[in-house]
Design a protein around this ligand. Structure first.
Ligand code: PLP
Length: 343
């Protein structure tokens, strides 16, 4: 038996997402926070391991709703926002439109589910090519549009004006998902204030980039009618009891969370200035917790950094000639810069 003949063609042509665990001293490759909330485990005592988790994650959704001044009915919890992308494409279908380069999962999940993909290159400033996007919306009526702002891996926010034009152009054909994974690090306000103005707007958030990547907690914020439809394809116990309880504890630690974010933003500024000073390196301005930079020989620099214990992301095949470094603790950033200057 040849198993290949049994696999759907759209799945067969996929490649498994490689999230390799490369040993290193300083891990700056995956846009994680350098700060862990390991102590939050201690404060959570009441978890019954023999019982299923709360299928509606009521406690956590209430906390999140309060934080964003919406109702719990406007929140849907996911096992990371990756899972929510799956649920959105399953619920609404394609074609799925997104700019490139951007977060890879929009394309991978759309392909896995057999939906048509419309990938539209960003312009020279890494902003949305709104003319081209508006034309494709008119012609192909995408069911979903994914916009990551700040965008991964370029680090910039798309212009608000361009995003609003796209939301308006799609008002009768397309749901627009504004993926705000990096919004806590950005200087702009984000799109939650626009939720009341646009019926086709969905906001996606995650706790992964602010210290809880290991828990897998993401959520959608949208009007209740949208949440109710997506909720139909959500598996009943998608968010486990530990993640619900610990995420709730951490969300209550607002001062600590804000302190981490403030430090990362300030370190990002320092890192950017230092990168500018190094000959042969061109960093791109960032509103996220990472910096994309261009180097003459990215493979060599990547390997030299790794030999010195520093792991960054090689963007080969996504933005050729570039590496992406996550902002770490002050000490980690110093080690990275030293290794970069030496290499
Ligand atoms: C990291 C990332 C996510 C994934 O978040 P999880 O909640 O960990 O699944 C989503 N969107 C973008 C743009 C990201 O960079």
């Amino acid at each position: 038996m040849n198993i290949r003949e049994f696999v759907r063609p759209n799945v067969f042509s996929l490649r498994a997402y490689s999230a390799k665990d490369i040993p290193c001293k300083v891990k700056l490759d995956a846009n994680e926070s350098p700060y862990s909330f390991s102590d939050a485990f201690k404060t959570v005592k009441s978890i019954k391991t023999n019982r299923y988790p709360d299928p509606e994650a009521r406690g956590l959704r209430e906390l999140i709703a309060r934080e964003f001044r919406v109702k719990p009915e406007n929140i849907l919890q996911g096992n990371g926002s990756d899972e929510l992308i799956y649920q959105l494409v399953t619920t609404f279908g394609g074609p799925v439109l997104y700019p490139v380069p951007t977060f890879l999962m929009y394309g991978i999940i759309s392909q896995a589910l057999g939906e048509k993909r419309i990938a539209i290159p960003l312009n020279e400033e890494f902003d949305l090519d709104s003319r081209n996007i508006l034309m494709r919306i008119r012609r192909e009526k995408p069911g979903l549009i994914f916009l990551s702002t700040p965008n991964n891996p370029t680090g910039n926010c798309f212009s608000t004006e361009n995003i609003l034009k796209i939301i308006e152009a799609g008002s009768s054909t397309s749901l627009v998902v504004v993926d705000e994974a990096y919004q806590p690090f950005a200087s702009e306000r984000g799109f939650i204030p626009f939720l009341n103005d646009y019926e086709n707007l969905i906001i996606m958030r995650t706790l992964s980039k602010i210290g809880l990547a290991g828990l897998r907690v993401g959520f959608l914020i949208a009007r209740e009618e949208i949440i109710n439809e997506v909720n139909k394809v959500r598996l009943p116990f998608n968010l486990n009891s530990f993640s619900q309880a610990i995420a709730a504890e951490v969300i209550k630690k607002k001062t600590l969370l804000k302190g981490h974010i403030k430090s990362i933003i300030s370190e990002r500024g320092k890192l950017f200035k230092e990168l500018l000073k190094i000959k042969g390196i061109r960093p791109y301005p960032s509103e996220a917790n990472f910096i994309l930079f261009r180097v003459n020989d990215p493979d060599m620099v990547y390997n030299n950094l790794l030999r010195r214990g520093v792991l960054v992301r090689n963007m080969k095949g996504i933005i050729d000639g570039c590496l992406r470094v996550t902002v770490g603790t002050p000490q980690e950033n110093i080690l990275f810069l030293k290794a970069l200057k030496d290499s």
